[in-house]
Design a protein around this ligand. Structure first.
Ligand code: ATP
Ligand code: MG
Length: 531
């Protein structure tokens, strides 16, 4: 464990202590790691030494090595003797320093050195020795004289002060290190909280409904069972399949996606299970089927609701038995493939109509993910908007465009029958239309968004859809009439129920369904002001 000295030496207190030590004791302060490696800055050519002796030493041919040797020796001594502090003799006779170990959680995190000084006035003999040593090592006589003259001689009480001040530096470093650790842990914590809150793998969304999905995905990723993902068009079924595969233990193996509506019943066996050479005319070599290609990994069967009954039988067999037989082969082969299936169709309804096998349904529906449509998690719209805006503008090297509250309100109000994909396409369209302008104005939005929720006029039938499912259109109209009615009647539900010719209870159910009560509307308003 080492501390970040290059950051810490600039701390105000440390910096101040360093100046005091230089002023009163003439020493330099430096740090060496727990392995005795000196932090580099005192080796910099341009470093301004306060101490002349140190400056001369560092300019000697082997000056760095001599200091390194001293430091390594002291580090070893401190660690072997389990001492915290020591006064030491350097390579140069009579020249001393002090060293104090930084201990964090019982482990050494390096040593602080204060160097050089002398402890009593040198005798002329000692001075001659020291001068000789310096000159032997390459110093000029003049430099050696000045260096020796400027070394401070510390008496007993000065040494005590020095000890105390160096200890203060060490304590400051330890405290600051703990503080940084605490903050980093908090940042990590916040980051991971936000991480689970706003996204999972590549999926964005902070709504409660998406949080539940993320939590469920955590469990699904750890399991090996078959998964069925259901949801309307563009709700992110493929993203879920990818998230499951890439967060599972199979992430390093293949994820093979197959759109089941593309299967041709005649070639089904060969496509699913492969064939051996000569199995039929045209089978000129062995061919691997999907199951074999996905071996060890995940097979994503997209649009499973579009499979023919013939295909369903074949899938069921391989899922039940865990083996398959390539066309023309005699030995069945074992498969180790995780199946993830997805559909936007109502498989239960298909079972009733005899279009989907019930036994296959239960085989694939071991774990189920039901993705909510975007209109049921409107609080995700603005964050998805920001996400796509940033991503798409970055692709064309532009800064993200700004959106007015009014525009965003329109976007949030719209029912998004095509879900996230429709929102993504709309943003792409807006960026193209906006060209160089920095702000999005209502005129840049699609007509369907501008018209949505506008009062219906007898003449123009403005805002009403004229294509798509009748049920969706009726619900849209219902929502608009109730929303407008509530505003008009000042949220008096009895009055509005009377006006609409329905019971109060029925109105309340509908208000809940479309989230039109005062609280939901206020929440939405708040969301908008937060953007
Ligand atoms: N939660 C989300 N976060 C970010 N992007 C999303 C999210 N959900 C969907 N998308 C994006 O919307 C588009 C449609 O997603 P995807 O293809 O996964 O949907 P799908 O449910 O498989 O659609 P379909 O039923 O049409 O096959 C993709 O571009 C995808 O990246
Ligand atoms: Mg899809």
């Amino acid at each position: 464990m080492a501390i970040n000295w290059s950051e810490m030496r600039n701390l105000h207190v440390v910096h101040k202590l360093k100046q005091i030590l230089a002023k009163w004791f003439g020493v330099e302060l430096f740090y060496a790691s727990e392995h005795g490696k000196i932090e580099g800055y005192i080796f910099d050519k341009n470093y301004q030494f306060q101490n002349y002796f140190m400056k001369i030493q560092m300019n000697l041919l082997h000056g760095h090595d001599l200091l390194n040797n001293d430091v390594e020796k002291i580090t070893e001594y401190l660690s072997e003797n389990n001492n915290q502090y020591t006064l030491f003799d350097s390579f140069f006779p009579g020249v001393k320093g002090v060293a104090s170990k930084i201990v964090i959680e019982g482990e050494s995190a390096g040593t602080i050195f204060a160097f050089p000084f002398i402890t009593e006035t040198l005798t002329s003999e000692e001075e001659i020795n020291l001068k000789r040593k310096l000159i032997e090592c390459g110093s000029t006589e003049n430099d050696a004289n000045i260096a020796i003259k400027q070394l401070k001689s510390l008496d007993k009480s000065e040494k005590e002060y020095l000890h105390e001040l160096v200890e203060l530096v060490v304590q400051e470093l330890v405290t600051f290190h703990h503080e940084i650790e605490k903050r980093e842990a908090r940042i990590l914590e916040l980051n991971s909280e936000l991480g689970t809150k706003y996204r999972y793998h590549t999926m964005i969304g902070k709504s409660k409904k998406m949080q539940l999905i993320y939590r469920m995905l955590e469990r699904i990723c750890k399991s090996e069972s078959t998964v069925l993902i259901q949801g309307e068009n563009g709700t992110g079924k493929e993203l879920v399949a990818k998230a499951v595969h890439y967060n599972s233990s199979r992430k390093d193996a293949v994820l093979l996606a197959q759109n089941c509506s593309a299967f041709n019943d005649n070639l089904l066996d060969s496509e699913l299970f492969g064939h051996v050479r000569g199995a039929f005319t045209g089978a000129i070599k062995d061919k691997k089927g999907l199951f074999e290609m996905a071996h060890g990994g995940t097979l994503f069967l997209d649009e499973i609701g579009d499979t023919s009954l013939t295909m369903q039988v074949k899938l069921l067999r391989v899922l039940q038995e865990g083996t398959f037989l390539p066309v023309g082969a005699t030995q069945p082969r074992k498969v180790n493939v995780r199946i993830i299936a997805a559909t936007n169709r109502d498989l239960k309804g298909m079972i009733v109509k005899g279009e989907f096998r019930e036994d296959l349904y239960y085989r694939i529906n071991v774990l189920n993910v039901l993705l909510p449509p975007l209109r049921e998690r409107k609080e995700d719209i603005s964050i998805l908007f920001d996400h796509f805006m940033e991503k798409k503008c970055a692709e064309i090297g532009q800064p993200p465009k700004l959106i007015s509250k009014k525009c965003l309100e329109k976007i949030i109000d719209y029912s998004w029958p095509g879900n996230v994909r429709e929102l993504e396409n709309e943003i792409e369209r807006i960026i193209v239309l906006a060209g160089d302008s920095k702000t999005i104005i209502p005129e840049m939005l699609s007509q369907k968004i501008l018209d949505f929720g506008e009062p219906v006029t007898m003449m123009g039938q403005k805002g009403l859809r004229t294509s798509g499912s009748l049920k969706d259109a009726m619900e849209e109209l219902e929502e608009i009439m109730i929303r407008e009615g509530l505003k008009r009647c000042n949220f008096n539900k009895s009055r509005l129920a009377k006006e609409l010719g329905i019971s109060r209870a029925s109105l309340i159910t509908k208000v809940e369904k479309y989230e039109l009560d005062k609280r939901s509307l206020e929440k939405k308003k708040k969301m908008l002001t937060a953007v």
